[in-house]
Design a protein around this ligand. Structure first.
Ligand code: BGP
Length: 481
């Protein structure tokens, strides 16, 4: 669909940027913080861990100053569960005090906070007690944590996301504590999806009671699935991927229903994933205010016969293009590369049009406003004489924002855009080698260095985008080399 003219961005559009606690804060042993599954997962990393990361905990005044200079209307950050409940049970007031200081500083600088309640970092203690999100007990614990956040921060915070990428974390069990011994991975996936959906619904309901004016919604990661060819079996494979990875979990979160094809597929393999009617009724009774979604890339799906060998999803760890092994789910779909798209060094395909497709598909299916809560380019940036010329990032963001504007013109209500990330932080899969920020942090995987901050070229470019409310989007002059 081509438009004769584009709509402007709404005047109250939330031009933002995002981070997550375990990737940016550091200070994991300070002021009573407990050990999270992210702290545990990264202790064994040869090259980096969560101890210092970008030291935002100590430098948040400076960082908020940079946010103000950038012109951010909103900042998305996550509350580390283990600062508030170090062991999941006992409250730690200094943790609340830290986020109060951060929120006050944001508000003093005219920046609207958007809080992610859960960004992959639940208490290790809860993981050890009942397997974290595998246990139904997690719902009560998460509710207690969310209630504390609503009560402590809700007088100043209007936007809350419940669970970050609840659909993607089930694909990578090791990311959130792993599958308990003796449990089959698919059984784990569906149990975690169920527990997260119920937790999401109860937290939204609680939020409605405590903070009637707040906006609360779930968050997913959406890589739109394209068929590898127009062969009908590839079309079916792409449909399978979309339903299995995105619509099954999102239908649960937003509509309170289970995708029939997915239920049948697993029933034939002896796995009954049906929820009780009372659970479905509970899910149906809660409607989120928005869908937040993170978009980095699209996927390609091709047919994968039943007798094929399965390969679980993974990551390109070394940053050498072509090193990625595509997943294969026999009977559903197999991933593949897209010959029409460029990709970054970790084989994440760069597909701005896919963002518009994602907006259209999500809005058409759920009829809820959307917020793009992550989008960005991971790259190896270099600091030369205090400067980072990241024209490749400007190019990536400009093309994606343009497609978002097309989606808005299509009629999709997009409320905000939060590039990943505000500042360089520890990548979930690739440490500091892979950077995303508008602000460069002087450290790497081998040494913490000065941790000084430097504004990249993309900082100045995005500043101009925000101050013109998107009108200067195409002005890349002065940034190319
Ligand atoms: C998203 C996560 C973020 C961030 C991002 C980039 O799924 O919500 O926390 O990590 O992916 O991924 P990576 O850091 O692995 O490049």
């Amino acid at each position: 669909m081509e438009h004769i003219k584009l709509n402007n961005f709404p005047t109250n559009f939330l031009w933002g940027a995002a981070t997550a606690a375990y990737q940016v804060e550091g200070a994991i042993h300070e002021e009573g913080k407990g050990v999270s599954v992210q702290d545990s997962r990264n202790f064994s990393n040869a090259f980096h861990d969560t101890t210092v990361t970008s030291d935002h905990f100590h430098r948040f005044h400076e960082d908020v100053g940079l946010m103000k200079e950038l012109g951010l209307k909103s900042y998305r950050f996550s509350v580390a569960w283990t600062r508030i409940y170090p062991d999941g049970v006992n409250i730690n007031p200094p943790g609340i005090a830290f986020y109060n200081r951060l929120i006050d500083e944001l508000i003093r600088n005219g920046i609207e906070p958007l809080i992610t309640l859960y960004h992959f970092d639940h208490p290790q203690a809860l993981q050890e007690c009942f397997g974290g999100w595998y246990g139904d007990e997690m719902i009560e614990h998460f509710l207690r944590f969310a209630a504390t956040c609503f009560k402590a921060f809700g007088d100043r915070v209007n936007w809350f996301m419940t669970l970050c990428e609840s659909n993607n974390v089930v694909l990578y069990p090791d990311l959130i504590g792993g599958v308990p011994a003796g449990v089959e991975v698919e059984a784990w996936r569906f149990q975690v999806s169920r527990v997260m959906a119920l937790a999401n619904a109860r937290v939204i309901r609680l939020g409605r009671e405590l903070l009637p004016n707040a906006k609360i919604g779930p968050c997913i990661g959406y890589a739109v699935a394209y068929p590898a060819t127009c062969a009908p079996l590839d079309i079916m494979a792409a449909l399978n991927e979309d339903e299995f990875r995105t619509f099954y979990p999102l239908d649960l979160l937003c509509l309170g229903r289970q995708n029939t094809a997915v239920v049948t597929f697993f029933a034939q393999r002896g796995l009954d994933i049906r929820l009780r009617q009372s659970e479905l009724d509970e899910l149906t009774s809660v409607k989120p205010d928005f869908i937040a979604f993170n978009y980095y890339q699209s996927d390609v799906a091709k047919a994968c016969p039943l007798n094929d060998k399965g390969i679980q999803p993974g990551f390109n760890r070394d940053g050498k293009k072509g090193g990625f092994t595509y997943p294969r789910f026999p009977g559903l779909y197999a991933g593949d590369s897209n010959p029409y798209l460029e990709r970054n060094d970790w084989d994440w395909e760069i597909d701005p049009v896919g963002l518009r497709i994602a907006c259209r598909r999500l809005f058409d299916r759920y009829q809820l406003p959307l917020i793009i809560t992550e989008n960005g380019l991971g790259a190896c940036d270099t600091l030369i004489d205090g400067q980072v010329n990241d024209i490749y990032r400007i190019d990536y963001l400009q093309k994606h924002i343009y497609q978002m504007q097309l989606a808005i013109t299509d009629g999709v209500p997009v409320l905000g855009y939060y590039p990943w990330s505000f500042i360089d932080l520890m990548s979930t899969s690739n440490g500091y080698k892979k950077r995303y920020g508008f602000v460069y942090v002087d450290r790497d995987d081998n040494a913490v260095k000065t941790l000084n901050r430097y504004k990249k070229d993309s900082f100045h470019w995005y500043q101009n985008v925000i101050s013109s409310n998107g009108r200067n989007l195409n002005n890349k002059q002065g940034y190319s080399k």
